[in-house]
Design a protein around this ligand. Sequence first.
Ligand code: HEC
Ligand code: HEC
Ligand code: HEC
Ligand code: HEC
Length: 500
Amino acid sequence: MNKRTIVMLAVLLLAAFVLAACGGQKAQPTQAPVPTQAPVATQAPAPTKAPVATAVPESDLVGDSLRGGRLYDDWMEELGVDAPAGDQPLWATQSSNMRSDGDTWRCKECHGWDYKGADGAYGSGSHKTGFVGVFQTAGTSPNEILATLKGATNPDHDFSSVLDDQALTDLSLFLSQELVDDSKFVNADKSLVGGDATMGKSFFDDNCSDCHGPQGLAINFGADEGEVEYYGTIASDNPWEFLNKARFGQPGVDRMPSMVDIGASDQEYADLLIYATSLPTSSPVTEGGLLYDKWWKAMGVDAPTSDQPLWATQSSNTRSGADSWRCKECHGWDYKGVDGAYSSGSHKTGFKGVFDAASMSADELTAWLDGSKNADHNFAGDGMMGDEQIQALVAFLQQGMVDKSDFINADKTVNGDAAHGEVLFKECAECHGDDGKTIDFDDGEEVEYVGTIAIDNPWEFFNKASVGNPGAIMPSGLNLGWSLQDIIDVLAYAQTLPAE
Ligand code: HEC
Ligand code: HEC
Ligand code: HEC
Ligand code: HEC
């Protein structure tokens, strides 16, 4: 036992005495059952959350314990602040977890999604630090916890220089009041305890599918890192993480509901979890659509620097470098190459389209993409696409290409219902604003908004609204369950938005 552990034990003992001493005097408000003792499958469907105002033991701290749960997940994201420079000082006392910088400041990185530190899921694997859990602080005095967060027991555990008092208070209330023993729901080997998938589906449809889509595939959370991570992926790979996010919400995403807030019962968590693990973890057609747009961005790898070899066989399109490697640059947003919108204008290359290639076999398409058909048409291998990406592109070419001329006229007008599109656009307005002007895509002196793209290049808009935007955490319309007509309706509405 090292010195630090002894100090910690002493503090814990002291806290226990204080609690015992005070216990007789103050009437304790009825608390939620002590987490470790909660029964597993027979639990009556009662809300797990104790009312905040009355449940603060031994403390006059006032705050938002649910926000505490999001701060525990990632306080930098929740607060919208940059990570402190360098590693958290305690990080140097371990050497098994190789992460660095921002990650080392997350409570969950040291104490675990299951709150059990070395005794829980982070007892092994790449996240192992050997640090203690915080589960034992459940039901203890928030003031004592607050002191720990301010470095009372270890100056290297002082977060008061990076977190304000309210954030530290919320964290303390979270640890005191909101911790649940995840072993009620998940075994150490990730197998689930109980749960009814049919009930879980209806909970999901009522509370989560609006944003995550009917299959949980609408948002890829790994998009900004070139990874593929959907709702079902997290539920299967890391059910403890899933539970924390489901209970308290996603840091920095105000609009995502908290299941504690909803008043979900233990049974509902178990039901949702078992259903969520049955959801798909890949979406080849939309992933292929993102690769078609800009494959290196979708993969999170460096952009090519030289020109694509076939580029030299044309001279009308004067772009160079990375642009010459985009499928869409040679084959068009409408997939029709020289026979489509790129038959004239600055994007004209004279290259053929790929629309008719939809009828090719998977083997034949693969041969086109890995250079077997034409060595200068190779997009596979080192620094380029792997098997998974090639398969996704093949799926997109076979199933994802739509004849846009049914929807978009040559003069760029569209055959859609703008009034219906306005309703659907709410899903986009979350990030792009009601007028579509919150994000400007142009990094130069011009401006480019959702409205600008809808008017100037409806084919491009159609692609982005259908499959998403490579490298951005943005929903895919198709995976939100929208029909092609829905997407056109959104496009029709977006054409009414300001272009400048
Ligand atoms: C870099 C790793 C690291 C990070 C990040 C970290 N802790 Fe700790 N925490 C520890 C270690 C190690 C201890 C053991 C005691 C000590 O040495 O201070 C500890 C102890 C604690 C304790 C006391 C546990 C007990 O049994 O009394 C609480 C509560 C706690 N941490 C909460 C948090 C919260 C909340 C955050 C996020 C703001 C956080 N910790 C971030 C490593 C970390
Ligand atoms: C109002 C929209 C909305 C609703 C409803 C919603 N979410 Fe989310 N959720 C989001 C957004 C947006 C993100 C991703 C944000 C990001 O990573 O930037 C997200 C991310 C997540 C993540 C993964 C976060 C990560 O980065 O790993 C999980 C797990 C999750 N949600 C669970 C749920 C559950 C469970 C429900 C239903 C109880 C739900 N969500 C309902 C909007 C929503
Ligand atoms: C630099 C321009 C260029 C880029 C970038 C490009 N292609 Fe091509 N592609 C061509 C040309 C030219 C041909 C015809 C080559 C030939 O006949 O040997 C072709 C042929 C094809 C064919 C066969 C079409 C048919 O009907 O025979 C498919 C499929 C295809 N490309 C898909 C893609 C995909 C998917 C991407 C993105 C990974 C891509 N291409 C990127 C220029 C390009
Ligand atoms: C969760 C936030 C979010 C939501 C919701 C969202 N987007 Fe986006 N969108 C982004 C981000 C981030 C970018 C990339 C901005 C950049 O590249 O600078 C983007 C880019 C775009 C672009 C332009 C890409 C380019 O670079 O030319 C279009 C078009 C677009 N979004 C349409 C939509 C539509 C349509 C919806 C509704 C289905 C939508 N977005 C919903 C975040 C979002």
